[in-house]
Write a protein that binds this ligand. Structure first.
Ligand code: FAD
Length: 353
């Protein structure tokens, strides 16, 4: 554990490159969103210091928290959730954009991904509420499910506004919020003229240009193991975002059974599958973050079909007894071809904590 407390997070570990001579770079990290962020800038613009970068990055992330956090009672989203009305509620363009992306992924995944699933997330103890001693009863699950359903939300673009068709609908943007944060930090770095950077918010990463060794940023996909960290495969990523969701960090065990934080809106309960993790690569972090969660809920049968049909680059790690089986979609093949298996990665992982 590093200098600040962090949640154990998923998937993407940063790797130090090898070979070429390093050029100047800046690396910063810190807590955010109940987890951590880390930013690396290679070949920083003249005059950029680590302190100035940290200030800029943390002010962007703080703004994102003030917009979309369900853990911050005064955030714009928390105020929207607390509003019992069913009239149009004016919202910021930023909140509107994240909700719009959430609804797009909900439709794409036929409701497996659902930004109104929060009452169930909280009921099972994976949200801001304390985890209850006992498992939720079927009555409690049923009552929470009545508040859930992405079609209970309506969006208006101009001026931006959201309407809840039930006053007690509760929006939870946790499944794509880290990605949104990474995109916002990336946009800020772009505006500052930074050409080579890697931004990680927990398991979601935006990478641009090359690292300090003039190589593509090397991102490790972890083995979905709860008791230790091990690299499954290293993927080179440039000018792309990558995100991993999984069932192996955020879970609890009750009476010998494991319950993880991905909730299936169709059952109202944590998903039960052999899928250990889902990694998605694409242009925007908000999208790959949301899709990775969607694929975890869809599971090892339905996720590849959806990813193939949409040309999405996805890599699933499926549990096969004690072993793991990687399943790549055709669009992921290009990354797989340039990736390294775990044995060549051994010893090079640079843990963000
Ligand atoms: P992902 O796989 O990316 O997302 C899983 C999460 O999505 C679940 O935990 C649940 O919240 C939600 N979810 C579950 N099922 C579904 C479904 N079917 N469809 C859609 N969504 C689903 N945590 C804290 O402890 N303290 C904080 O102060 C805090 N602040 C935060 C502020 C912001 C702006 C955000 C976005 C998150 C914050 N979190 C906080 C949440 C914490 O970091 C989460 O664990 C994280 O966002 C979930 O990301 P993940 O990578 O673990 O999982």
């Amino acid at each position: 554990m590093g200098p600040f407390p962090v949640l154990m997070t998923l998937g993407a570990l940063l790797l130090s490159g090898c070979g070429e001579r390093a050029v100047p770079s800046i690396e910063i990290e810190g807590p955010t969103m109940g987890t951590y962020y880390s930013v690396k800038v290679a070949r920083p613009p003249v005059g950029m210091t680590a302190d100035a970068l940290k200030l800029a990055v943390e002010s962007v992330l703080d703004r994102v928290i003030a917009e979309i956090s369900t853990y911050e009672p005064t955030s714009e989203l928390s105020r929207l959730n607390a509003n019992p009305g069913t009239d149009w509620i004016p919202v910021s363009p930023e909140l509107h954009a994240v909700v719009a992306e959430g609804l797009r992924i909900a439709e794409l995944s036929d409701g497996a991904f659902d930004i109104t699933v929060g009452p169930l997330v909280n009921l099972w103890g994976f949200g801001p509420d304390a985890r209850p001693e006992e498992l939720p009863t079927s009555e409690q699950i049923q009552a929470a499910r009545e508040r859930v359903g992405w079609r209970k939300l309506e969006l208006r673009a101009s001026p931006p506004a959201i309407r809840k068709t039930r006053g007690d609908v509760y929006i939870d943007l946790s499944a794509l919020g880290e990605g949104y944060g990474a995109d916002r930090v990336a946009a800020d770095l772009d505006a500052r003229g930074v050409a080579d950077y890697m931004v990680a918010v927990a398991g979601t990463i935006r990478a641009k240009g090359l690292n300090a060794k003039a190589q593509p940023w090397a991102i490790a996909i972890e083995e979905p193991l709860a008791d230790r960290r091990a690299v499954h495969r290293i993927v080179p990523v440039s000018d792309r975002a990558i995100s991993t969701s999984g069932d192996y960090r955020n879970f609890f065990v009750k009476d010998g059974k494991r319950y993880s934080h991905e909730i299936d809106p169709a059952t109202g309960a944590p998903v039960e599958r052999n899928l250990g993790s889902a990694t998605v690569v694409g242009e925007r972090a908000i999208v790959v973050d949301g899709l990775a969660t969607a694929f975890m809920v869809l599971g090892e049968q339905r996720a590849p079909a959806l990813a193939d049909s949409q040309g999405i680059a996805a890599y699933l790690i499926v549990r096969d007894g004690d072993a793991f089986r990687g399943v790549a979609t055709p669009a992921f093949d290009a990354y797989l071809a340039r990736s390294m298996p775990e044995e060549r990665a051994a010893g090079t992982a640079e843990q963000p904590e």
